[in-house]
Unconditional design. Structure first.
Length: 448
């Protein structure tokens, strides 16, 4: 059989991040996890693979996510498994299975890939990363205020203050939703014949989601449809008012959106979305969440208060790009070039010493046997701030030549006292940035 050598393309809607993107992403993720830790949230690493039923039961059979977007397969003809389309269901399953919130409230954050079979476009892919938080065991509205404050702290830390708008609403409790559903069905009944197949299905399975329909024929009718906030009972309405007052006092701006319909069925009471004014094109929701007290019980646990949100990392990067605040990882500081075999070995040793003396600064060495001009081209392309040159002359004099890429200046130092060279670099150019340093980057972002 002939050996095939054609290229194998990537899966549609699934892509790699090149180093510049991946490093910026890591820095952003470090800011997100630090903000979550500042609010007392602990990391939870959740499986990517779950039983399909977990999602059908939690997210809702009639939702687009479950109905059309899951990557599911039959395991050896038996169990149906799915790649997780979101993190909440798995977080609740883990919380119940591992008794993570049995005796006291618990706060978690997670970050990682999710999978949805959607039509790829700007800000929408089939594999995407979410950063999310879930908090269990707190029924008071203070926890909603806390997680919205956490969102606001994240935007501040990333230089996005004022670029995202918070929209909130309340779905009330089950009895409010039942009364609303009855009126909604009565309102739409006379229009049934003019509805498309999808809207008719929504009407049957979850009429609330009709409010979110994009069907052109429905748009006019939707304008006068009964809205859920008008059906809130007194305790639910007071609960929502309290949250609004807390946001006012904290100067977190918001807009009440009575038409806010989430694409997942597990919500109750508070729901919210942070939408971006620019950067996302058609996909303007960056971050979304709310309360989902009924879910732990639906998944076989004791009644447990629950609230959370998730934001899409790809969308967050687009918003950061539009704001011009994408954090950049530092390039390696030093690039070692050498002129012959003996100098090369000397350069390798020197690079090792430098890494030991200055961890995090980044030391790259030239590998191969090209001439100096070609090595210098590579040094330039690496973005290194300094080139260390070792040639025959340097070996003989036991020194190393430091070239400052910014001004082309060349300075000689003893090879036996690299510390003196580092001190000189620091005195001239300031603290050697640690390419991996969260603290340094965070500070940059916060003062941006
Ligand atoms: P969601 O609204 O389905 O909520 O997704 C949250 C965020 O994930 C979206 O606002 C968006 O930024 C990102 N996202 C969703 N789908 C895609 C996609 N195909 N491509 C790129 N980004 C996407 C949830 O997932 C809930 N689990 C949130 C939650 C947590 N509620 C309570 N706790």
């Amino acid at each position: 059989m002939a050996v095939r050598r054609d290229r194998i393309p990537s899966v549609k809607g699934v892509s790699a991040l090149v180093p510049d993107e991946a490093e910026s992403r890591t820095l952003v993720e470090q800011v997100l996890s630090r903000c979550a830790r500042d609010f007392g949230y602990r990391e939870l690493r959740l499986p990517l693979l779950e039983r399909t039923e977990l999602f059908t039961r939690s997210i809702g059979e009639a939702t687009d996510i479950v109905h059309k977007e899951m990557f599911s397969f039959q395991l050896r003809g038996k169990d149906s498994l799915s790649l997780r389309p979101e993190g909440t269901a798995g977080a609740v399953r883990s919380m119940l299975e591992l008794s993570l919130a049995d005796r006291r409230p618990a706060r978690f954050w997670y970050c990682g890939p999710m999978f949805r079979y959607e039509r790829p476009q700007k800000g929408r892919s089939r594999q995407f990363d979410q950063f999310g938080i879930e908090a269990f065991g707190m029924s008071g509205v203070e926890i909603e205020f806390e997680i919205l404050s956490l969102c606001a702290a994240i935007w501040r830390a990333l230089g996005l203050e004022g670029r995202l708008q918070l929209q909130i609403s309340s779905l009330g409790d089950e009895s409010c939703r039942q009364r609303h559903k009855k009126d909604l069905l009565a309102y739409f009944a006379p229009h049934r014949d003019s509805m498309g197949e999808e809207a008719r299905q929504r009407m049957q399975q979850n009429p609330l989601r009709l409010l979110d329909s994009k069907e052109p024929a429905l748009q006019q009718i939707l304008q006068d449809a009964p809205l859920l906030p008008d059906y809130l009972d007194t305790p639910s309405a007071e609960r929502f008012d309290t949250l609004c007052r807390m946001l006012d006092e904290a100067s977190i701006a918001y807009q009440i959106n009575p038409r806010l319909v989430r694409g997942l069925d597990y919500y109750t009471h508070t729901v919210f979305e942070w939408v971006a004014a620019d950067g996302l094109g058609g996909q303007d929701t960056l971050c979304a969440g709310g309360r989902y007290d009924g879910l732990p019980e639906l998944l076989g646990g004791a009644p447990t208060a629950a609230v959370g949100f998730a934001l899409g990392l790809e969308r967050l990067m687009l918003v950061l790009q539009a704001a011009g605040t994408v954090p950049q990882a530092a390039a390696p500081h030093f690039f070692v070039v050498s002129t012959n075999e003996q100098a090369r070995r000397c350069g390798l040793k020197l690079a090792g010493e430098l890494r030991r003396l200055s961890p995090g600064a980044g030391v790259e060495t030239y590998c191969g046997d090209a001439g100096l001009a070609s090595q210098m081209k590579q040094a330039d392309a690496s973005g290194a701030a300094f080139v260390l040159l070792i040639g025959q002359e340097e070996i003989a004099a036991e020194k190393v030549r430091l070239k400052v890429m910014a001004d082309g200046g060349e300075h000689d130092f003893s090879r036996h006292n690299l510390r003196a060279m580092l001190d000189w670099v620091q005195a001239q150019f300031g603290e050697l940035a640690d390419a991996q340093s969260v603290a340094a980057k965070d500070n940059d972002l916060e003062t941006a």
